[in-house]
Design a protein around this ligand. Structure first.
Ligand code: HEC
Length: 131
């Protein structure tokens, strides 16, 4: 009995993760972005608790004017850290692991969430010029 319950739970959670994967898309990315929204704008060059994220792809870390970065972030930029898919993925999976001393208080995202988030960020940056 207990075993049967356990098995059906396993199947249910497998099903749930399969559906979640099928929905891996821009819409889900938008939801994930809501976690960042509180601290980061995406379409205005203004800083909140964190620097704005306009033109993030290819941007040097710690380079938004007027934002007070941590020493760790400034140093990373000086050492040549550029934001792209690979570096963002590493940072967003666990900011503190990649950059001890960062002032970004964020626990990190799962890899599948990051793919969706990128899809959303890219759809936004492509839409931007015409808006
Ligand atoms: C609680 C506020 C907060 C949340 C939530 C947050 N961030 Fe940040 N973020 C910051 C701060 C503060 C910094 C500056 C860190 C530093 O100087 O070490 C930062 C820095 C960054 C940087 C580096 C920017 C640059 O100019 O070099 C990126 C990229 C970034 N955040 C992306 C995200 C994304 C994507 C999310 C959502 C998944 C997110 N952040 C969630 C506060 C936040």
């Amino acid at each position: 009995m207990f075993r049967a319950l356990k098995t059906s739970f396993l199947i249910l959670s497998l099903l749930a993760s399969v559906t979640a994967q099928a929905e891996a898309d821009v819409k889900n990315g938008e939801k994930i972005y809501k976690k960042c929204y509180f601290c980061h704008t995406l379409d205005q060059p203004t800083n909140r608790m964190g620097p704005h994220l306009m033109d993030l792809q290819g941007r040097k870390a710690g380079s938004v004017e007027g934002f007070r970065y941590s020493e760790a972030m400034k140093q990373a930029g000086e050492n040549g850290l550029i934001w792209n898919d690979a570096t963002l993925k590493e940072f967003l999976t666990s900011p503190k692991t990649m950059m001890p001393g960062t002032s970004m208080r964020f626990w990190g995202l799962w890899e599948s969430q990051i793919d969706d988030l990128f899809a959303y960020l890219k759809s936004r940056s492509e839409a931007a010029p015409g808006e």
